[in-house]
Design a protein around this ligand. Structure first.
Ligand SMILES: *Cc1c(COP(=O)(O)O)cnc(C)c1O
Length: 365
């Protein structure tokens, strides 16, 4: 059995620190907004090279609150890629906006700036590039589009913790998720907003905490979506290992590249020039994908699909009025993509087994 992720192995590395931290919180009973929350926010801001980090209850709320803090007016449109986890689109709707979708490029499955540009109209207020699978969207082009058209730019950085891009514009506003399976994963729900703007940081902080800075004075209608103190303890311990874990993911990706490059029918993932990839997911493309995945599962290899159905073909988003064929690159990819086991504790022999099994399956299609 080769698991898709190994959260137990990650826990083993941090167990002592986490349990000591939990004990500290339990003794102090500082369950909400305890000192570990502020400490993690400071540490994650430093790690990310962005001045402000605000802990949030989960990544979906982080995207919504970032959009709300930036003041995207209700009823306006927001452009986002068709191939993303549904939460990007959900958060847009919950912020009172209408999702308008863009296609992706065929090599990296990142938002296609030309398609995004074509999606921008007079009512567009925001654009949300998604740093899918662990590498950043083409930020120079996206930033240029946002500046020319006066759009609020919110990066969906849920899958890209620790990623870098050469010559990219500084982060203005980004949202991330610490869902357990992410590169930096909590032991429950958690997320954050990162921003270079003190005004936006203050606005997000107000929204997370009932619209309140001073106790029982509510300046604006807010939410209850704060980073939990126990999750902050976990995240502080894991953050210390994140750079090394991302290195291990990169080494595993290189090993997969070598093992799979000679196999007929497998299309390897590609890193866009200038990107430092953190391999949240290692996504190959194969023919007869569903059959291949079923056979991998039968051989004890956990593979998954991220994501089988683009946003515009989801029942929840039918009201947007899109049809099959509207985003051909994303739709073709959705039928071929296959995420192989990827995590920092994956061993070379497990990867060899994945490659051998995949080759056998493809040879017998
Ligand atoms: C995980 C994820 C989210 C949502 O995060 P949650 O913490 O689960 O709410 C949003 N966007 C992308 C691309 C994600 O992978």
């Amino acid at each position: 059995m080769i698991p898709f992720v190994d959260l137990r192995a990650a826990h083993a590395e941090v167990a002592e620190e986490v349990l000591q931290g939990f004990d500290r919180v339990l003794q102090d009973t500082a369950f909400v907004q305890g000192p570990d929350v502020a400490a993690f926010e400071k540490e994650y801001a430093e790690y990310s090279g962005v001045p402000h980090c605000i802990g949030i209850g989960n990544g979906t709320d982080a995207i919504e609150l970032a959009l709300r803090a930036a003041g995207a007016p209700a009823g306006a449109e927001a452009v986002l890629p068709a191939n993303t986890f549904v939460a990007t689109a959900e958060a847009v709707v919950r912020a009172g906006l209408r999702p308008v979708l863009a296609d992706c490029d065929d090599d990296h499955l990142l938002i296609d700036p030309a398609s995004a540009e074509a999606a921008v109209g007079p009512d567009t207020a925001a654009i949300l590039p998604v740093h899918l699978y662990g590498q950043q969207a083409p930020m120079a082009a996206v930033q240029d589009l946002a500046t020319r058209r006066g759009l609020t730019l919110v990066e969906d950085a849920a899958q890209s913790q620790g990623s870098e891009q050469q010559n990219r514009p500084a982060v203005g506003l980004a949202a991330t998720s610490f869902y357990p399976g992410k590169n930096l994963g909590a032991y429950g729900e958690a997320g954050a907003v990162l921003t270079s703007s003190p005004e936006l940081a203050r606005a997000v902080r107000l929204l997370t905490n009932h619209g309140s800075e001073a106790k029982y004075r509510h300046e604006t209608l807010g939410f209850n979506s704060r980073l939990d103190t126990l999750q902050a303890v976990v995240l502080r311990a894991k953050l210390k290992r994140l750079a090394r874990w991302n290195e291990l993911r990169r080494a595993a990706a290189e090993r997969y590249d070598k093992l799979l490059s000679g196999i007929e029918g497998v299309r390897l993932p590609r890193t866009a020039p200038g990107n430092l990839h953190v391999w949240h997911l290692y996504v190959v493309r194969v023919p007869s994908r569903d059959k291949v995945m079923t056979s991998l599962h039968a051989a004890g290899i956990q593979a998954q699909i991220h994501y089988p159905t683009p946003v515009h073909l989801q029942p929840a988003f039918q009201y947007l009025g899109y049809a099959p064929g509207d985003f051909p690159v994303a739709e073709k990819a959705a039928a071929e993509i296959l995420s192989l086991p990827m995590h920092p504790h994956l061993t070379p022999s497990q990867q060899e087994q994945v490659a051998e099994t995949l080759e056998k399956i493809l040879n017998h299609l």
